[in-house]
Design a protein around this ligand. Structure first.
Ligand code: GAR
Length: 203
């Protein structure tokens, strides 16, 4: 059974979907949820699922990312994770951290990578006049949002979409994509998974 730790910064809706997916004959189980913000709403959701939680506030570390990450690694490694899944974790990680978890560190990003790494992905897709947006799950390497892509879901951009409307439509599909990719990854399957939101009803 693979042990999965999840890092969040906020509401944790992807985290909750990952936790809920890891039951029955799933090859993995959630062992820990951590946040860089003690106020992250997802911590209570994880605790309510019976998953141990921790918060390491990044702010007291100031610009010392390495010291913040050393504490994060200490907390994570106590739970002996086979896989660390970033789910709305909004801190940039140094090469020291990504190397420590090389080959077992996943992230979900709300764009069709390699388009729009970084922030404000939905506004940038609308601004560019893209017909499609989406989300990607990828392995995390030292290059921001640029590791090998494990799965993508495509979502139509509708006329008049605001960034918030598009983000909500993409998020629903993130909730399909991330559990599906995690399950395959835990099984040792790193082949790319492509989902298309137009093939399924969207709210
Ligand atoms: C998700 O849309 C995720 O793709 C995005 O943050 C949101 C978190 O929502 N992640 C990033 O932008 C990473 N750079 P959640 O807390 O409800 O899962």
């Amino acid at each position: 059974m693979k042990r999965v730790a999840i890092l969040i910064s906020g509401g944790g809706s992807n985290m909750l979907r990952l936790i809920e997916s890891m039951t029955g004959d799933h090859p993995a189980r959630p062992v820990l949820v951590g946040a860089n913000d003690p106020g992250a709403g997802g911590l209570a959701l994880a605790a309510a699922q019976g998953v141990p939680v921790f918060a390491t506030d990044h702010r007291p570390f100031g610009r010392d990312r390495a010291a913040f990450e050393a504490e994060l690694i200490r907390q994570l490694d106590a739970a002996q994770p086979d896989i660390v899944a970033l789910a709305g974790f909004m801190r940039i990680l140094t090469p020291g951290f990504t190397a420590h978890y090389a080959g077992r560190l996943l992230n979900i990003h709300p764009s069709l990578l390699p388009k729009y790494p970084g922030l404000n992905t939905h506004a940038r897709a609308i601004e560019a006049g893209d017909a499609e947006a989406g989300a990607s799950v990828h392995e995390v390497t030292s290059d921001l949002d640029a590791g090998p892509i494990l799965g993508q879901v495509r979502v139509p951009v509708l006329p008049g979409d605001t960034p918030e409307e598009l983000a909500a439509r993409v998020l629903v599909q993130e909730h399909r994509l991330y559990p599906a990719v995690l399950r395959r990854f835990a099984d040792g399957n790193r082949a790319r998974l492509d989902l298309d939101a137009t093939l399924t009803p969207t709210p």
